[in-house]
Write a new protein. Structure first.
Length: 643
C-alpha cells in the first residue's frame, strides 16, 4: 500500500517552460547582435536544483544578492502541516472561510496542492521597506557587510569601492528576497482568470514592477492604480509630501483575466426609447470657439425646427458632418422632447443598459474620488469608464478604532478600498486570498460584499502571530499577537453584519475555520527512515508525534491529497472505531489502533472516494495485507493509502 508523502510539493519540474517558469524567459543577443527572446538556462538550472547554482552571464535580468537562494527557498518542500484550532474558530463545521495563523511562506507552500489554480483574487499589503528589518526574515537574507561585498561596493578586504553607498541598500535585497518566493507561490494559486493586487508606495514600486514582471511575465502586468491615501500634509521634512500610494495589478494570463467593474444601477440610465433604457452625456466639450471654430455652429431639432448653439465657452462634440449622422441615427436628445427634465441644451446618448449582467465599465487607473459632472461629460461617446472611489487611510483608522474600541493596529487599509477590489475582480463563490492579512480589512470587505449582493465569496487570510508591543492599546486590551487582533476584527465585523441583516443574517457566512502552521504530525523517521539507529528504534514504533490528535492527522492528509480544507467533516462510529467522513464520501479517515477486517469491510460498503489509515493502526499483519484486496472487491473506485 502506498503512503502519503505528508509534505508540500516540490516544484522542480521542466514541462511547459514559458508557462511554468516565466522568470526563465529573458533577452539575449544572437550571433548578429540582435536582441531576441530566449531561455535563461542558468535560472532554469536553479529552478531544477535543490542547491544554490552559480554561473551568471550577460543578459537582461533583475538581479540582487540572495536571488538564487530565494528561488531555492520558493521551490523547496517543507515538512509542516496546518493544525485545526476549533476554540479560535467561528462555526468551524459550517463555514467556508479560512484563517491561517503562521508564516505566509510556509502557508503558501501548504496551500499549493489544495488551491492550485483556484484563487480568483489575491490582495496583499506587504511591508513597504522603510529601512527597518522585516518580521518575515527568511534564512537567505544577507547582512549589510555581505550586501556591500556581493554588490561590489567594497572589496573582499573591506576597502570601500563606492563613495556614497546606500545606507540601507541591503534592505532592497532583503525585501526582494522576502517577496520573490511568496509571489512565485502566489502565482501558482491564481486561476487562469485571476488577478493579484499589491499595495505599495514609491520606495519599492519600481522594484515590485520588475519582480512582478519576472514572476508573472511582462505581458501579464495589468496596471498600476494610483490611490489618494490622505488629505492632510505629511509631517516628513522632505521636499514633497506624498499623499498617494499604488496598487500594482498582475494576472496569471492576460488573455483569460476577467474584471467585472461596478454593478449597474438602472437609476443611472434615466432615459428610455424603443430600444431600452439609456444614459446620456453633454453634447459639448470644454473648448472655445477660437480654439475649434469648425465645432461652433447651430444644430436643428428635425421634429420642431428649433435651433441650438453651444455656450460661448464650449463647442459641439462633433464636426458638422458627424453631427448630422448622429442626428439622423436618433442619438441626440432634444430639450423639446424631454420638457419635464428642463434640459437647457441637447445631450448625447452614450450607452444603453446592457442585457448581459457581466458587461461592465472599464476601470481607470486613478482612484481619487467620484468624478464631477464636468469630468463625466468628458467621457468618450462610445464607452463607459469606471471611476473607483476608495476611502483614505483616515477612514480606515476610524473604522478599526470604532470596531475594536481602541487603535489596536497602525496603517490599516480602508474596507471601501478592499470592497472596490473585490467588486472589480470577483463574483459568486470566488476565493479571495490575503497572505499579509494584518487587520483583516480584506476579510471584512468580503463579508460585507457578500451581505450586499448575496454572493458566497470565500476568504483565506494568512497572518503571522507577530507579538504586539508592550504598553500599547492592543496589549492593554489583552491581545498578545497581531493574528489575535485580526481574528477578533473578523468576529466583530461579522457580528455587526449579522445584526444589521436581521432575519436574513442566518444566510450570511460570518464564520472562519482557524488553522495553525506547525511542524509535521509525523516523526522524523517518517521522512528519514535510514537515519534510525538501534538505540532509538524502540521509541519509533509509532511514526506519529505523541501530542497530535486524529483531527490534526486528518488535516495533514487533506493537505497532502489536495482536498478542500473547508469541506464539512463528520465523525461517525463504525464497529467501535471513529471514522472522519469529509464531505460525506470525499474521504474516510480512521487513525485508531486495532483495525480488523470486519471494520474494513463495513467501511468499504460506504464506498468513499478515498480512504486512509494509520500504518501502525492495523490489528494484524494479515489485515494490513488484505485491506487493499477488500476495497477492490467491495469498493474498487476507492483510493486507499496509509500514513
Amino acid at each position: 500500500m502506498s503512503k502519503l508523502k505528508m509534505h508540500t510539493p516540490d516544484f522542480t519540474n521542466v514541462a511547459r517552460l514559458a508557462e511554468l517558469f516565466p522568470n526563465c524567459v529573458t533577452e539575449t543577443k544572437d550571433e548578429k547582435g540582435a536582441i531576441r527572446g530566449s531561455i535563461d538556462f542558468d535560472q532554469l538550472r536553479q529552478e531544477l536544483s535543490d542547491k544554490v547554482v552559480e554561473g551568471p552571464r550577460e543578459r537582461y535580468q533583475l538581479d540582487w544578492p540572495g536571488k538564487r537562494a530565494a528561488l531555492l527557498v520558493a521551490n523547496a518542500p517543507v515538512a509542516k502541516t496546518l493544525r485545526p484550532n476549533r476554540k479560535a474558530s467561528i462555526s468551524f463545521d459550517l463555514t467556508k472561510h479560512l484563517f491561517v495563523e503562521g508564516d505566509n511562506l510556509d502557508a503558501l507552500k501548504l496551500l499549493q496542492e489544495t488551491y492550485l489554480n483556484k484563487v480568483k483574487m489575491i490582495y496583499i499589503d506587504p511591508p513597504y521597506n522603510t529601512g527597518n528589518d522585516f518580521i518575515y526574515k527568511d534564512n537567505f537574507s544577507v547582512n549589510s557587510g555581505e550586501y556591500l561585498t556581493q554588490s561590489g561596493q567594497v572589496e573582499d578586504s573591506g576597502e570601500r569601492l563606492v563613495a556614497n553607498p546606500e545606507s540601507n541598500g541591503r534592505f532592497h535585497s532583503d525585501w526582494l528576497s522576502m517577496m520573490y518566493p511568496r509571489l512565485k507561490l502566489a502565482r501558482n494559486l491564481l486561476r487562469p482568470d485571476g488577478v493579484l493586487f499589491v499595495s505599495i508606495d514609491d520606495k519599492e514600486l519600481a522594484t515590485l514592477r520588475l519582480i512582478g514582471d519576472e514572476v508573472f511575465g511582462n505581458a501579464n502586468y495589468l496596471a498600476t492604480f494610483v490611490r489618494k491615501r490622505r488629505m492632510s500634509t505629511g509631517m516628513r521634512g522632505d521636499a514633497v509630501s506624498p499623499d498617494h500610494e499604488y496598487i500594482a495589478a498582475f494576472c496569471r494570463s492576460r488573455d483569460a483575466v476577467k474584471l467585472y467593474g461596478a454593478e449597474r444601477d438602472e437609476s443611472d440610465y434615466p432615459f428610455s426609447d424603443n430600444v431600452g433604457k439609456y444614459r446620456s452625456t453633454d453634447l459639448t466639450v470644454g473648448m472655445t470657439r477660437e480654439m475649434r471654430p469648425n465645432q461652433y455652429y447651430p444644430i436643428k431639432n428635425p421634429r420642431t425646427g428649433k435651433e441650438y448653439m453651444p455656450p460661448e465657452t464650449r463647442v459641439w462634440r462633433f464636426f458638422p458632418a458627424t453631427m448630422q449622422k448622429e442626428i439622423a441615427a436618433g442619438n441626440i436628445i432634444w430639450p423639446d422632447d424631454e420638457p419635464d427634465r428642463r434640459m437647457s441644451r441637447p445631450r448625447y446618448k452614450t450607452r444603453y443598459l446592457p442585457d448581459d449582467e457581466d458587461a461592465s465599465a472599464i476601470p481607470v487607473s486613478t482612484w481619487i474620488a467620484s468624478p464631477s459632472e464636468a469630468d463625466a461629460n468628458e467621457n468618450s461617446a462610445d464607452e463607459e469608464v469606471l471611476h473607483l472611489s476608495a476611502g483614505m487611510n483616515q477612514e480606515a483608522t476610524k473604522e478599526l478604532r470604532e470596531l475594536m474600541s481602541e487603535q489596536v493596529l497602525e496603517y490599516p487599509k480602508p474596507v471601501s478600498l478592499l470592497r472596490a477590489l473585490v467588486t472589480l475582480a470577483t463574483r459568486d463563490s470566488d476565493i479571495v486570498l490575503d497572505f499579509f492579512a494584518g487587520a483583516s480589512s480584506t476579510a471584512q470587505a468580503v463579508l460585507e460584499q457578500n451581505s450586499d449582493d448575496g454572493g458566497a465569496r470565500r476568504f483565506i487570510m494568512v497572518q503571522l502571530p507577530e507579538l504586539v508591543e508592550e504598553d500599547t492599546p492592543a496589549a492593554r486590551l489583552g491581545f498578545k499577537t497581531i493574528s489575535e487582533i485580526s481574528m477578533e476584527r473578523i468576529r466583530r465585523a461579522g457580528k455587526n453584519l449579522k445584526e444589521a441583516a436581521g432575519l436574513n443574517g442566518d444566510k450570511i457566512d460570518i464564520g472562519f475555520r482557524v488553522l495553525k502552521v506547525d511542524t509535521s504530525n509525523m516523526k522524523d523517521v517518517y521522512y528519514q527512515a535510514d537515519a534510525v539507529t538501534q538505540p532509538t528504534l524502540a521509541g519509533l514504533v509509532d511514526n506519529v508525534k505523541e501530542d497530535r490528535t486524529d483531527e490534526d492527522l486528518l488535516f495533514q492528509v487533506l493537505l497532502d491529497w489536495g482536498v478542500d480544507l473547508t469541506l464539512p467533516i463528520k465523525p461517525e462510529n463504525i464497529i467501535g472505531k471513529t471514522v472522519y467522513f469529509v464531505d460525506t464520501d470525499a474521504l474516510a479517515a480512521c487513525f485508531q489502533l486495532g483495525i480488523d477486517e470486519a471494520f474494513i469491510k463495513e467501511l468499504a460498503k460506504r464506498k468513499p472516494l478515498r480512504a486512509v489509515f494509520r500504518d501502525t493502526g492495523y490489528g494484524s499483519d494479515a489485515t494490513k495485507i488484505n485491506v487493499e484486496q477488500i476495497f477492490k472487491l467491495l469498493s474498487p473506485a476507492t483510493e486507499v493509502k496509509s500514513i
